[in-house]
Design a protein around this ligand. Structure first.
Ligand SMILES: Nc1nc2c(ncn2[C@@H]2O[C@H](COP(=O)(O)OP(=O)(O)O)[C@@H](O)[C@H]2O)c(=O)[nH]1
Ligand SMILES: [Mg+2]
Length: 572
């Protein structure tokens, strides 16, 4: 390796590591949990193994003894070392804080956070002192050869999840797995999952078939050897250890001698050791492609799910917008209270009937009626306000309810609304106040409009004879009385009025100035309704923004993989 490549490859790895650490997996997609595990395993392996190994290819060989519960791992480690360095026992789980045993000469390699930086080092304490799974107990011995370190790992199938995870993490940190299984357990699923992982990652592997009844050695060993071969693991060195009475908790020396000699041989032979290091290193680097690809697919799934959730919220709120629009145009707002107040405003039915048909006079009478009686105008204004508010609130309620219903039926949706259904299924608490403010501001806008547009325009002046307030109310009513380009009182307002009254209304609403003002007023109200609904939808947008993938995550992963590949090519 050249100097440049030695710096480039770790740099590229760190970039990839950060991209993987930040991988957005907030939405509960089907493969999310699996992807999270993969992401954690990649980050751990980069920190625990790849970076330290790339920075120091000559550091001691780290051999991790892993395997199933009660397989005899700790007993084997004590027997290989020739001393009680780790706790064996029938009580499960025994190995909680993993133990790292190395030569006094190699202490500096393991005492700090060069490898496994996430595990605090403990050195003191008696054997079996439980430092918990967040720590690594360091045992330094003069009789362990330099260049070799052993870790006694927790059970890969421990009943304690933290122990299982730690076992997996430690295997990810190993230059060499010493995989311990027994005559009775070697066909179990969990060990084979891990052996397959070793195969996929090209990890250097030795398998210890432990606790084999002496009479079954041939048969069981052959069977396991066949299984390893079929799993494409024929290259793994297989050691068979017979079940024997223990002396001082340790196996008879002749049972462990082959394993110990092989390990000591590796420690002594620089070339062989470096071959093991390179095999596992290349395998781990190669495996990143497939593992990061899996994450890319998981993020793409997040994106697809986020898009489906977003469009269902969009659809619900677009529906609300058009429902408000339809209601405004269809005249439905001019029923009930508004209609009653309107009729009060323009006069009773009798008053209408008594009027002559001449539009000019009618308008005069109307003006007189309005200017003479301000209170009905106020009531009409209030009735209009609450009618518009109710419409907005009903549609905003419906949109919220529809969004929650849609989300509950979509992948990852239920988790987003879980525990907040009641709150999210209705308008937000601020909505009623906001809507009322908005409608009142709109009414103010209409009055301003009448005032400014009316000033100096002869055409508008006529309706202005009703006064700014009266004209404003006529314009507001006109907003809800005009449908599809048609004008006038033929819409709902007509209900309850006579043919004569009808013509009066037509005359007022048919006025070009009123129509132009109403069009502007309706546009303004639509903008305000849109604004209110957008604010409402924002609650759902925020949920998605918090949990959904940020844009560019996939590109970032892919770019990091490409740069890593380039850095590897450059390093030869
Ligand atoms: N007789 C006998 N007992 C063993 C042997 N290996 C392990 N044991 C016992 O099995 C139990 C579990 O062993 P241990 O080394 O703690 O297994 P680990 O969970 O894989 O670390 C302990 O009580 C050991 O004493 C062996 O080869 N012979
Ligand atoms: Mg143990």
């Amino acid at each position: 390796m050249t100097i440049a490549s030695e710096t480039r490859l770790p740099d590229a790895l760190e970039v990839l590591r950060d991209a993987v650490a930040d991988v957005p997996l907030g939405l509960a997609t089907i493969d999310r949990d699996e992807a999270r595990r993969t992401a954690k395993a990649v980050v751990d392996q980069v920190d625990d193994y790849l970076l330290p190994r790339l920075r120091d290819l000559d550091a001691p060989l780290l051999c991790v003894v892993g395997g199933s519960t009660g397989a005899g791992k700790s007993t084997l480690v004590n027997s290989v070392v020739g001393a009680a360095v780790t706790t064996a026992g029938v009580l499960r789980p025994t190995t909680r804080a993993p133990v790292l045993i190395c030569s006094t000469a190699d202490r500096a390699y393991f005492a700090d956070d060069r490898v496994l930086p996430g595990l605090a080092r403990t050195t003191g304490g008696e054997i079996g002192g439980d430092a918990g799974p967040g720590a690594l107990r360091l045992v330094v011995r003069d009789d362990v050869p330099a260049g070799l370190a052993l870790i006694d790992a927790p059970d890969v199938d421990s009943v304690v999840e933290a122990n299982r995870e730690l076992a997996g993490q430690l295997l990810g940190a190993a230059d060499l797995w010493i995989f311990v299984t027994t005559a009775s357990r070697y066909a179990d699923a969990v060990p084979w999952d891990l052996l397959r992982t070793a195969q996929e990652r090209g990890t250097a592997l030795a398998v210890v078939l432990d606790r084999v009844p002496p009479e079954a050695v041939g048969e069981v060993a052959d069977d396991l050897a066949g299984m390893l071969q079929r799993a494409d693991l024929a290259g793994a060195r297989l050691f068979v250890v017979e079940e024997r009475p223990l002396v001082d908790g340790r196996l008879p020396d002749e049972q462990v001698a082959p394993l110990r000699d092989w390990l000591h041989g590796l420690a002594a032979d620089q070339e062989q050791r470096s071959a093991v290091v390179r095999q596992t290193l290349a395998g781990a680097l190669d495996s990143l492609d497939g593992r990061v690809d899996e994450l890319v697919r998981a993020v793409e799934a997040q994106e697809a799910v986020a898009m489906a959730l977003r469009s269902s919220a969009d659809a619900a709120y677009d529906g609300a917008r058009s429902a408000v629009d339809v209601a405004m145009r269809s005249g439905t707002l001019l029923r009930g209270e508004v209609l009653a107040r309107w009729q009060e405003f323009v006069g009773t039915g009798e008053w209408m009937r008594s009027l002559q048909a001449q539009v000019g006079r009618l308008r005069d009478r109307l003006a007189a009626a309005v200017t003479g009686r301000p209170p009905p105008g106020d009531e009409l204004k209030v009735a209009l306000e609450s009618s518009v508010e109710q419409l907005l609130r009903a549609e905003a309620d419906r949109a919220a309810e529809r969004t929650v219903a849609a989300w509950r039926a979509l992948p990852a949706g239920p988790a987003l609304v879980a525990g907040r259904e009641r709150e999210l299924e209705a308008v937000s608490p601020d909505f009623p106040q906001d809507a009322s403010d908005e409608v009142r501001e709109w009414q103010g806008f209409v009055l301003d409009l009448v005032r400014t547009e009316g000033a100096g325009k002869r055409s508008t002046a006529r309706v202005l004879s009703l006064g700014v307030n009266g004209a404003g109310l006529v314009v507001m009513v006109a907003v809800f009385a005009q449908t599809g380009g048609l004008t006038g009182g033929e819409v709902a307002v007509a209900g309850g009025t006579t043919a004569v009254g009808q013509r009066l209304l037509e005359a007022v609403f048919g006025d070009a100035a009123v129509r132009a003002l109403a069009a502007k007023a309706r546009k303004d109200l639509a903008v305000r309704a849109d604004h209110l609904l957008r604010e409402e939808q924002a609650r759902f947008d925020v949920l998605l923004a918090d949990a959904g993938p940020e844009p560019g995550a996939v590109d970032r992963l892919r770019a990091a993989l490409r740069d890593l590949a380039a850095a590897r090519r450059a390093s030869g």
